[in-house]
Design a protein around this ligand. Structure first.
Ligand SMILES: [Zn+2]
Length: 193
């Protein structure tokens, strides 16, 4: 899929909405992203995860790991397509850790996946956790890299879509200056009966 086709899927599934939004940070933006919606439709989930899996088809991988919650379904689906096992990391008392009896053996080659990378904080924590356990992190993959390539994990990093989500302080917002009202992020149902 090319960038335009990927963008179309993200818009059709309401993952990416366009308008004039006030983000949780209080800043204004012309885009609003809700990546969890990628996984509502299993066919879309399969297709987008497949786009990511393809980028690592030439990499020797033993295990796929995603940080909860955004990385759980993605990790499962990428692993399924690469025919590898997967587990997820999750926070306990604020620390990224493996629970539920998940064990990472020393020397395992691990691909870390996450739905959206903005600053890469959660992914970096998972990478550190894996290295502490003696794993060999061979790559990081995400569906949307909102840093537009600005994050460096020190390993092969691939995104299905790389873009920059620009935001503004209200006082400097060019969309406000056009007089456009703030759009409420849509909760339109994408299901059809
Ligand atoms: Zn504005």
């Amino acid at each position: 899929m090319n960038k335009e086709q990927i963008l179309n899927v993200l818009k059709q599934t309401d993952v990416m909405q366009e308008g004039h939004f006030k983000l949780t940070s209080g800043r204004h933006s012309d885009k609003y992203m809700q990546c969890a919606k990628l996984f509502i439709d299993p066919d879309v989930s399969e297709m987008m995860s497949g786009e990511l899996a393809k980028k690592f088809s030439d990499v020797d991988i033993d295990l796929v790991v995603g940080p909860a919650i955004g990385g759980i379904i993605l990790s499962y689906e990428v692993a399924r397509q690469l025919k590898k096992p997967n587990i997820f990391a999750e926070r306990q008392n604020g620390e990224m850790t493996f629970r539920r009896g998940f064990v990472v053996d020393k020397g395992l080659k691990v691909l870390v996946v996450e739905d959206v990378v903005t600053t890469g904080g959660s992914v970096k924590e998972v990478v550190s956790l894996l290295r502490e356990q003696g794993a060999d992190v061979v790559g990081v993959g995400c569906i949307v890299d909102r840093s537009n390539g600005g994050v460096d994990f020190g390993v092969k990093f691939e995104a299905v879509l790389s873009m920059e989500v620009v935001s503004y302080e209200e006082a400097d917002c060019p969309i406000c200056k056009t007089g456009a009202p703030i759009t409420k992020p849509g909760s339109r149902s994408i299901f059809s009966k």
